[in-house]
Design a protein around this ligand. Structure first.
Ligand code: FMN
Length: 306
């Protein structure tokens, strides 16, 4: 997730564990050039000991091929194509979910890609840009190509992240797709994850976004790991502490650091019974020392509901 699940977050989450693979924030291309910062995030030495799948946002085979070549040189064997990003700035340029109304373009890009690259391509997609009916012609096109997996987030772009993901459409997508189907959307508890897998045993994997951001234990809970409160507090301290330490090195000045931590705590605060007060406590911090003290109080002392 752009701005959140970078290499610092991914390595820090090893304090808790449970995640099988990370889909890295998408690699950006501007004026035909890959943004170096997006490649730095997936550098193998910075992502040791975990499975990371790079992702590309593009609408030409030339751009995807350029990224595929770069990630292959770094040792990656899979690239994920983002056909899901809903933000108007992106979608209006026929990128992300903005490409879903144009199955012919998707078809052409895939034909050209396949002829020139051995890097396996998977696809992350929404149901559509303006209408959920767009999904069917797109799946028809994907069925004609070599695709490793399709990850479906059953919303249309116009919904952004509002309303509910339409879980009822999943069986029809699995039935129609010639490729393995992974599910993504609104999984925030282990029970919801288990129900989704029980209702749809053919699902290849679950991708979790905001649910894992707001409950750092969710992936391990889905796997049935039970952690006592002392271990939980220790793991959480390791996780948020590592992020703080590394972001402090990376960001210039306390202001930037506190701003960044506040965006994380919008999610992390939800692990505490008094989420609202936890968030406000962090938001009010005016120095790194104050942040460190307050976060230690919260993580080691406040009631955890995650
Ligand atoms: C802040 C933010 C950044 C995101 N960045 C990406 C991204 O770079 N690539 C991607 O495929 N999805 C991205 N997503 C979408 C998530 O992967 C996911 O599809 C979405 O949040 C719905 O799943 P969830 O209900 O589990 O959060 C982002 C979502 C948010 C809220």
């Amino acid at each position: 997730m752009q701005g959140f699940s970078d290499r610092i977050y991914r390595t820090a989450l090893s304090h808790i564990g449970g995640v099988d693979a990370y889909y890295a924030p998408y690699i950006k291309i501007e004026g035909g050039q890959i943004k170096p910062k997006s490649l730095a995030d997936i550098a193998p030495d910075q992502n040791a000991g975990m499975t990371v799948v790079p992702q590309v946002m593009a609408n030409t085979s030339a751009d995807i091929l350029q990224v595929a070549e770069s990630v292959a040189a770094m040792g990656y064997a899979e690239l994920n194509w983002n056909l899901g990003c809903p933000f108007p700035m992106v979608a209006k340029r026929q990128l992300g979910a903005g490409l879903l109304p144009y199955p012919a373009i998707i078809d052409q890009v895939l034909t050209e890609y396949e002829a020139q690259s051995d890097v396996a391509l998977s696809v992350k997609m929404r149901l559509g840009y303006l209408s959920a009916d767009e999904v069917w012609p797109v799946i028809d096109v994907l069925n004609r190509h070599k695709i490793k997996e399709i990850i479906v987030h059953p919303r249309i772009a116009k919904q952004m992240y509002g309303g509910e993901a339409d879980k009822s459409v999943v069986p029809a997508i699995i039935a129609k797709s010639a490729h393995p189907v992974a599910y993504n959307g609104d999984i925030v508890t282990a029970e919801q994850a288990q129900k989704m897998m029980a209702d749809n045993p053919a699902i290849s994997q679950l991708m979790i976004g905001r649910g894992l951001l707001s409950n750092s234990f969710l992936a391990s809970q889905i796997k049935g790991v039970e952690t006592n409160i002392f271990v939980k507090r220790n793991q959480l301290m390791g996780f948020v502490g590592t992020i703080a330490e590394k972001q402090l090195d990376r960001l210039q000045g306390a202001g930037h650091f506190l701003q960044k931590m506040t965006t994380y705590w919008e999610y992390w605060s939800q692990m505490f019974a008094d989420a609202h007060r936890a968030f406000k406590t962090v938001k009010k911090c005016r120095s790194v020392e104050e942040y460190t003290d307050k976060v230690q109080d919260i993580v080691l002392g406040w009631e955890i509901v995650a």
